[in-house]
Design a protein around this ligand. Structure first.
Ligand code: ME8
Length: 507
């Protein structure tokens, strides 16, 4: 078997339906998974829902439902949304599933045995909305209010089980310096993590009491439940901790956003060290979408919720939305703004004018001058050789970029090549060449069509639906990444406009 690739997304809270942020991380993970499948790797892609939060109990109560009924509805909304957006996850974990709960109890029991989990008492400032204690210094900075929802922080004292996080600080620092076993990316997030560890790590509570039975009981102490964050982090391991799937561990990429860096870059690897498990190779933490220039918020009315996402997909197609998210999203350390104008701009320039138009022109010209059949190609043609070289170089570079998680750069490069093919077509002007040298015109059209095919093969992970159409038009379904797989003599299929230009007036 080829090498394996295991990619995860955060598991999302089920207190509400999915929004653009959830779809974004999951789409990026899907694109990575699809690339690794294209490169013939054994891929496992996991997403799912985090269900034992106290806010699920509250939201369910407001609606007269049990927590599980409410979780069922929203978990289904996540799963259905992901299907609609062509997400190819191999499994969907729900933390209320028995397969997960049992494993979590095993892991906690093991840590109790080794002494890395111990019983104690904790007092501190608690942010109930985030289900998180904040340090005394932070609480003061926040003026004893939640930075997320503005509600007062609670002074809370509880008997808890603690995880001996402090013990693992030196090892974590060493690993983060070495970067060959475990890494946090991008660089700015790694530095942030290192600085935070250097400030000193306290042992952390990993259980809660008084959750009304909603959660996973601590083994041997049913009054206490496993803290929802610890429960959730374990999903990455629990779901592959079976004889058939064990080989996928450790994860190759945990894709998350910056809001949950602490848990993934510090707590999680320390727990894995305590369990004597190998660590994930990379925790990749992207930034945030804002909307129409502001932080997304329901009260501001700029929240990109499921209805809005579906509206975009309906007007422009799922592939167009995937393309926009993938190329204009906050994958690096800067936040990105989602605005309708920007979306339409990207749609028209990349998809209508560049990609869709190239297919139109190629099929139109081959239709007009070569009876719709892919013409013969003179391999000695200098123009052909130049195009072959640039496209082949791109084909070689893309897997490296994908492996290095330079996803946006890879996609931008592909679309630039599509642009180059368009301008070369214009420059070569096969409609003129036809008059003097039809063989030259044939080569021009073959070479540009083959370039389009190769770009399309590599664009499949981002736009699975439209690229399928393009490959079918070119009679090249199932072809690979070698130059020359487009067969002369193939009859092109007819097609409608791939991405019709969107005129603002049409709205
Ligand atoms: O934190 N821009 O779940 P969650 C980009 N259950 N991505 C965004 C975003 C935005 N504006 N808003 C959310 C939790 N996200 C826990 C995780 S994992 C063991 C437990 C995405 O429903 C991003 O991936 O609040 C972020 O990390 C995640 O949704 C948080 O989802």
């Amino acid at each position: 078997m080829n090498s394996k690739f295991y990619v995860t997304t955060p598991i999302y809270y089920v207190n509400d339906k999915p929004h653009i942020g959830h779809l974004y991380t999951t789409t990026m993970a899907d694109i990575l998974a699809r690339y690794h499948r294209l490169f013939k790797e054994d891929v496992f892609f996991l997403t799912g829902t985090d269900e034992h939060a106290a806010k699920v109990v509250e939201a369910a109560k407001e609606r007269g439902l049990t927590p599980l009924q409410w979780a069922d509805q929203n978990a289904a909304a996540f799963a259905e949304t992901f299907q609609k957006f062509f997400i190819t996850n191999n499994d969907f974990v729900r933390t209320t599933q028995e397969r997960h709960q049992k494993k979590v109890q095993d892991y906690v029991a093991k840590l109790m045995q080794t002494g890395d989990v111990f019983s104690g008492e904790y007092e501190g400032w608690y942010d109930a909305g985030q289900e998180e204690y904040v340090t005394d210094n932070k609480a003061k900075d926040y003026d004893y209010k939640s930075p997320i929802n503005g509600k007062p922080l609670l002074r809370k004292k509880e008997r808890n089980y603690f995880f001996r996080l402090s013990k693992y600080a030196p090892k974590l620092l060493e690993l983060l310096e070495k970067r060959n076993e475990f890494d946090v990316q991008p660089e700015a997030r790694r530095n942030e993590t290192i600085n935070r560890i250097k400030e000193g790590l306290n042992d952390v509570p990993i259980s809660r009491s008084g959750t009304g039975g909603w959660g996973i009981p601590i083994p041997g102490d049913p009054d206490q439940n496993v803290y929802v964050w610890i429960d959730a982090l374990f999903n990455y391991l629990s779901i592959v901790d079976t004889p058939q799937r064990r080989h996928y561990w450790p994860a190759d990429v945990h894709l998350i956003a910056k809001d949950i860096l602490w848990f993934h870059a510090v707590i999680w690897p320390a727990m894995l060290l305590a369990l004597e498990e190998p660590l994930p190779r990379v925790v990749y933490s992207h930034s945030f979408w804002t909307s129409e220039g502001q932080k997304m918020s329901k009260s501001l009315g700029n929240f990109i919720d499921l209805d809005k996402i579906e509206d975009y997909a309906w007007r422009f197609g799922v592939d167009a939305l995937r393309w926009f998210l993938a190329t204009n999203g906050p994958f690096e350390t800067m936040d990105s703004d989602f605005s309708e104008n920007k979306f339409i701009g990207v749609y028209n320039s990349d998809l209508a004018n560049d990609y869709g138009n190239l297919l139109n022109r190629i099929s139109g010209l081959i239709g007009k001058y070569f009876n719709g059949e892919v013409p013969e190609y003179d391999t000695a043609s200098p123009f052909g050789q130049v195009i072959k070289e640039t496209i082949s170089e791109m084909v070689e570079r893309i897997p490296k970029k994908i492996n290095n998680l330079e996803l946006q750069e890879a996609l931008v490069e592909m679309m630039r090549k599509v642009g180059l093919l368009n301008s070369q077509l214009e420059f070569q002007a096969p409609w003129q060449q036809m008059k003097q040298d039809p063989k030259l015109a044939a080569t021009t059209l073959y070479v540009v069509a083959e370039g389009l095919r190769l770009c399309t093969v590599l664009l499949q992970p981002v736009m699975p639906e439209k690229t399928k159409i393009v490959l079918e038009v070119l009679g090249a379904a199932g072809t690979g990444t070698k130059w020359g797989e487009l067969k002369s003599g193939t009859k092109l299929k007819t097609h409608g406009p791939l991405f019709p230009r969107f005129e603002m007036e049409k709205q």
